[in-house]
Design a protein around this ligand. Structure first.
Ligand code: HEC
Length: 297
């Protein structure tokens, strides 16, 4: 079921990409839709030379950044349950896990802080700022040309919104068939991550009704070993809030950072006060995901 959702999202992204190509926009210099080029040519376009940056039709627009940077360059590593730091950067997951979501390496720094590129961990990692943990991205290089970095900075300065085209596509889709669902989580379902885990993110397909986000609709618990099924654990104390500038993502902060163990997050989509979108569409089913925290990195 989760796979079905992810595919639906990917299909939407593909539809958008082809729609762009139809009117002559969104084509790369070879006349192919952006993002359709092979990964080898795509990564060479980001080879770090100043000249390669001029080849890009990249604009300060999320879909353009996705198609020119995240999809061709970053998803080599940042994809699936084993995505580094739980950061999945494919089109189906990236926005909800980036904007307003605390970084794993430095939980006090948001991955993308709308309006503030200098204090966005994404930019710090891409530029190799002296304050980062771990390596400059893309790990091992080649690093992004300055013009591309400037474009990503501009998108953040402008508020780090979704692309207008994507938004209107989503609005049209919702008008036709109201849906509200979980589109991404960090850590991803079934992931194994390093201790300690300071924050968890749950990205929805639409803005969440903040009044319904609380400790009865979102719970975090330790998964009981199957040999002790009767030993039900009480939920762990957490605080929940909507991500800064991204009200479709809920950020969960355990009162105590999570150490080694297996954990389950449950989002209650049924019963009184169940999670719903701002437009009143309920989640309609409970949603849960499980992840394991291993030894410290
Ligand atoms: C070769 C594999 C690889 C590629 C390609 C790669 N990354 Fe990473 N990324 C990692 C690894 C491994 C880590 C964790 C260790 C580290 O930070 O050095 C990481 C960590 C990160 C983090 C920190 C996340 C957090 O919450 O703390 C960000 C942000 C990031 N990468 C962004 C990117 C972007 C954007 C790209 C594409 C331009 C990219 N990465 C390409 C392997 C990769």
């Amino acid at each position: 079921m989760r796979i079905g959702r992810a595919v639906g999202w990917a299909v939407l992204a593909a539809v958008l990409a082809s729609g762009c190509a139809g009117n002559g926009e969104g084509l790369d210099q070879n006349g192919n839709p952006i993002g359709s080029s092979s990964s080898s040519s795509a990564s060479s376009s980001a080879s770090g030379s100043a000249s390669s940056s001029s080849s890009g039709t990249i604009t300060a627009d999320f879909t353009s950044i996705q198609d020119n940077v995240f999809t061709p360059i970053c998803t080599r590593c940042h994809i699936g349950a084993s995505a580094p730091e739980g950061l999945q950067l494919d089109a189906a997951h990236s926005y909800g896990l980036l904007v307003g979501v605390p970084s794993v390496e430095q939980p006090s720094v948001l991955r993308v802080k709308p309006g503030d590129p200098d204090n966005s961990y994404l930019i710090q990692k891409l530029e190799g700022a002296p304050t980062i943990s771990g390596g400059q991205m893309p790990l091992g290089g080649p690093y992004l040309p300055q013009a591309t970095l400037d474009t990503i900075r501009q998108w953040i300065t402008d508020g780090a919104t979704m692309s207008p085209a994507t938004m209107s596509q989503l609005m049209a889709q919702r008008a036709e068939r109201p849906t509200f669902e979980v589109v991404a989580t960090s850590p991803p379902d079934t992931a194994v991550v390093s201790a300690p885990v300071h924050t968890i993110a749950v990205a929805f397909s639409e803005e969440v009704n903040a009044a319904l986000v609380n400790e009865t609709t979102i719970t975090l618990e330790t998964v009981t070993p199957t040999e002790f099924p009767e030993a039900t654990q009480p939920p762990l104390p957490i605080t929940t809030a909507l991500a800064v500038g991204n009200p479709a993502t809920v950020v969960i902060v355990p009162r105590t950072a999570l150490g080694p163990g297996t954990y389950r997050v449950t989002v209650r989509g049924t019963g009184g006060g169940a999670i719903a979108s701002v437009s009143g569409v309920p989640l309609d089913a409970d949603y849960d995901f499980v992840f394991t925290v291993g030894t410290p990195r």
